[in-house]
Design a binder for this molecule. Structure first.
Ligand SMILES: *Cc1c(COP(=O)(O)O)cnc(C)c1O
Length: 813
């Protein structure tokens, strides 16, 4: 497309901001607050975006390309003001204009509420994918839910996590546009009536349903430097208008009506704060159907308006990629629409549906496998239940007759089994593509978790290793490093991130490495200032910034990390002269509110932090910082300052990880297990440039299979571990007594299911290697550079290119 961006000088921008402050905010620039400036800038940016948005939509209308709809219950988009400025090419100019007006860009951008419409990796991936699709000029859009309350805000009180509601819409959100005229109705409950038509076929009428109005709020997804603006459409649940006499008469009926409205609005009321585990609540399945039904209605309406051909051609024009099983009701809902509303027979409807839907699996953790009681679905979505039942019958019969060798596997493959609907099975059967999110993860799906389905449909299975957008996670968060890279190898890497490998030539270049070191140092200073501001604690910029930021989950093993910290502390208390490289351990993590054990680990980390940080004997050697409320904005501050990236999940448990990629791209070295994408990072950078330790996934599976691991044996033989465990069991820690008996008992009596004790020795030893290697600054910097140079592979542009080529079969526009 033609590039017709309105380029501005800094002075022009200054004038525009002034005039926006006056016209939009009704104040003068002398009296303008940070908020006034923020809204003025977002308005300028929106005017620029809106021109391209209309053009992009017009272009799609005319060319009618195949379009991608990425359905996800979560989009963790982060703040948009800076990334939109970056992508329309105005970020540098705007920063300077803000400074010229006497304000701080950082303070202005921080005025934006960070929408927490996701839990973690899965939601952030969805956001990176949208940004990459737009930046690569692909016609791809997001469909999600506009939760009124996002991810809770985390505060620590006496070291305990407390949750505060996140009402992020308190002030106007400038990036959304309400499209009331494009609202659709979503139907719940009701009864299904069957009629025999004159030609003998059956017709189903779904009556007396509860109607919910789905109102879309569109957020622009701005491509980098290409004038493409795609759409993230987020649905809000409202009650449909009712007759006016009901609204004014103060009868019992009226109050009943108000109550009903409230229950409707609940559907988009809040985000479920559980990561990697599901809550089998009825409201959650209502949310899922709401997303699916509203999105499908809007997708099909658009198809009918633009394509004007039979829906038999839908697979030529539409792919629906479902982000995990959460939107897997797409399969029966599309079947329902095609049969009941569009008059297709089963076979044709099935052919269309199963050629439109593609499914991404995100985890093999059993607690995350969605299963819904069939009676719940039957009463909430009676027609969908009938269709799922029929899909299941045909599927099981198909195996029975056509795959006799799989007959005895039917009970473990059936979509409806033991009175539950197995959503992953529904998604695999009803889609044309099933992908995992890193090589190891996809292999585990094929060889273990889904081996029967792989035997049945080998052609469906494929891998798409996750990625992150290098525009937000390098250019936006680390402008100094970005400038150094461009000065060194030119700007082509921005559109071809693989060309970051051109940096490899500088891995021994002293002046270059010096600059790299200065940049990391400056980023660490700025994080140190932030830490001081937030916690009052002074950290040493020369210490190793050892970072673990991710959701708090047992499999991610924050507990292993804090065991290492306790061990170092014990060592220093016993041997005050011990020569260790000073370290600052930085944590960020939210626990699901109902996840008791995760919350105990938070309390433990905070307890250890308060003792270590205030012990005069430890001064200058160790600090432990647990920053509150980990979210995208906090990640953006921490990641450019990280020296060491902790990716220490129990092998086989972390499907991919993306935090690992963000930190690698900013020059951190990884300490990690052979899990998820860590393996692919290791294969690129090579063994000397990453710290790998611990059990491998095969060993973990073997221990689970044989039960040969006995945690107590390690407790009995490793004195360091016995010391730590006894401290947790009401022992002395520094000058204090601490008590974390639940952790103690869990590890010993539940036999340490995540192999914390088992991997402790290898982890500690590898951390000692880190300690030694960090002392040689030049070698460390050279390794840091090698990591940056290979990180282009993990740009989500590469991931999206693979989805486009292998699954979606779409062309750039
Ligand atoms: C990237 C990101 C994640 C995912 O981190 P992992 O280490 O891959 O689990 C979670 N939360 C936020 C806010 C992120 O930015």
């Amino acid at each position: 497309m033609k590039k017709t961006l309105t380029k501005r000088t800094i002075d022009e921008l200054v004038d525009e901001i002034k005039s926006k402050v006056e016209l939009l905010r009704g104040t003068t620039i002398e009296n303008a607050t940070n908020k006034d400036i923020y809204y003025a800038i977002s308005s300028i940016v929106n005017e620029e975006i809106n021109k391209s948005w209309t053009q992009t939509e017009e272009n799609y209308k005319q060319k009618q390309p195949k379009q991608i709809y990425y359905l996800s219950m979560e989009f963790l988009i982060g703040r948009l003001v800076e990334s939109n400025l970056l992508n329309i090419g105005l970020l540098k100019e705007c920063n300077e204009a803000i400074v010229k007006l006497g304000y701080s860009p950082e303070d202005i951008y921080a005025q934006e509420k960070d929408p927490g419409l996701g839990n973690g990796g899965l939601g952030r991936l969805a956001a990176c994918f949208l940004e990459s699709m737009a930046s690569l000029s692909y016609p791809g859009h997001g469909c999600g839910i506009r939760y009124r309350y996002g991810m809770f805000e985390q505060r620590f009180i006496n070291g305990h996590q407390t949750e505060l509601p996140d009402y992020w819409l308190k002030e106007e959100y400038p990036w959304e546009i309400r499209k009331a005229e494009e609202a659709v109705e979503v139907h719940f409950g009701g009864e299904v009536h069957m009629f025999k038509k004159r030609n003998g076929s059956l017709e189903f009428r779904h009556e007396n349903t509860d109607k919910v109005l789905a109102v879309p709020y569109d957020v622009p997804v701005v491509g980098y430097n290409n004038q493409v603006v795609n759409t993230l459409r987020m649905w809000s649940a409202e009650s449909p208008a009712v007759e006016s006499d009901l609204q004014t008469s103060h009868t019992a009926q009226y109050y009943h009506h108000l109550e009903h409205n409230r229950s409707i609005e609940q559907i988009s009321g809040f985000l479920y704060p559980d990561d990697s585990s599901y809550e089998g609540k009825i409201l959650r399945i209502r949310q899922q159907y709401f997303l699916v039904s509203a999105s499908l209605k809007s997708i099909l309406r658009e198809y009918k308006q633009n394509v004007r051909r039979s829906l038999a051609h839908l697979p030529e024009k539409v792919v629906i990629q479902i982000n995990d099983t959460h939107p897997s009701l797409t399969v029966p809902e599309l079947m329902r629409i095609l049969m009941d509303e569009e008059g297709f027979g089963w076979e044709k409807a099935w052919e269309i549906t199963s050629n439109v839907v593609a499914y991404t699996n995100h985890t093999t953790l059993s607690e995350a496998l969605e299963k819904w009681p069939k009676d719940m679905i039957k009463s909430l979505l009676p027609r969908l239940y009938m269709i799922i039942d029929e899909i299941n019958e045909r599927f099981c019969q198909g195996i029975w007759f056509d795959y006799p060798e799989l007959r005895d596997k039917i009970p473990e493959m059936a979509i409806i089994a033991d009175d539950q609907i197995h959503m992953a099975r529904l998604a695999v059967v009803g889609s044309f593509s099933v992908n995992g999110v890193a090589k190891l993860h996809t292999e585990i799906l094929k060889k273990q978790e889904m081996k029967n389905f792989y035997a049945l449909y080998p052609e469906k299975f494929n891998n798409k290793t996750n990625g992150i957008t290098h525009r937000r996670w390098l250019m936006q968060v680390n402008p100094k490093l970005t400038s150094l890279i461009t000065e060194t190898i030119g700007p082509r890497w921005i559109s071809r991130p693989n060309e970051l490998t051109n940096l490899l030539r500088y891995s021994k270049d002293r002046p270059f490495l010096d600059k790299l070191g200065q940049i990391k140092r400056a980023n660490k200073e700025s994080l140190a200032n932030f830490i001081h501001e937030k916690t009052g604690i002074v950290v040493d910029e020369n210490s190793i910034f050892d970072v673990q930021i991710k959701r708090l989950h047992e499999y991610k093993r924050q507990l292993l990390n804090i065991f290492h910290v306790i061990h170092l502390y014990n060592e220093l208390k016993n041997h005050p002269q011990l020569d260790i490289t000073p370290r600052t351990f930085i944590f960020g993590a939210k626990a699901a509110p109902g996840y008791y054990f995760a919350k105990e680990i938070i309390k433990l980390i905070n307890t250890v932090a308060s003792i270590v940080n205030h012990d005069p004997e430890i001064k200058g050697k160790l600090k432990v910082i647990f920053l509150e409320n980990y979210n995208v904005s906090l990640a953006e501050r921490i990641i450019p300052a990280a020296d060491l990236s902790e990716q220490i999940s129990t092998a086989g448990k972390e499907a991919s990880g993306t935090g690992n990629m963000k930190m690698m791209m900013n020059g951190a070295l990884t300490i990690g297990t052979l899990d998820g994408a860590n393996i692919e990072i290791k294969n690129l950078v090579g063994d000397p440039n990453i710290f790998i330790f611990g059990l491998q996934s095969e060993e973990v599976f073997e221990y689970y299979r044989t039960g040969a691991y006995v945690a107590r044996d390690i407790y009995n033989t490793d004195e360091r571990i016995a010391d730590i465990m006894n401290q947790l069991n009401g022992g002395e820690f520094g000058s204090q007594e601490i008590e974390f008996k639940d952790i103690y008992y869990h590890l010993l009596y539940n036999n340490d299911p995540y192999f914390i004790l088992k991997d402790f020795d290898a982890y500690t030893e590898t951390q000692q290697l880190v300690d030694q290697e960090y002392r040689d600054k030049d070698t460390w910097l050279s390794k840091s550079l090698i990591n940056i140079a290979h990180s282009g592979k993990f740009s989500s542009d590469r991931t999206i290119q693979e989805y486009a080529n292998d699954i979606w079969k779409i062309q750039k526009q």
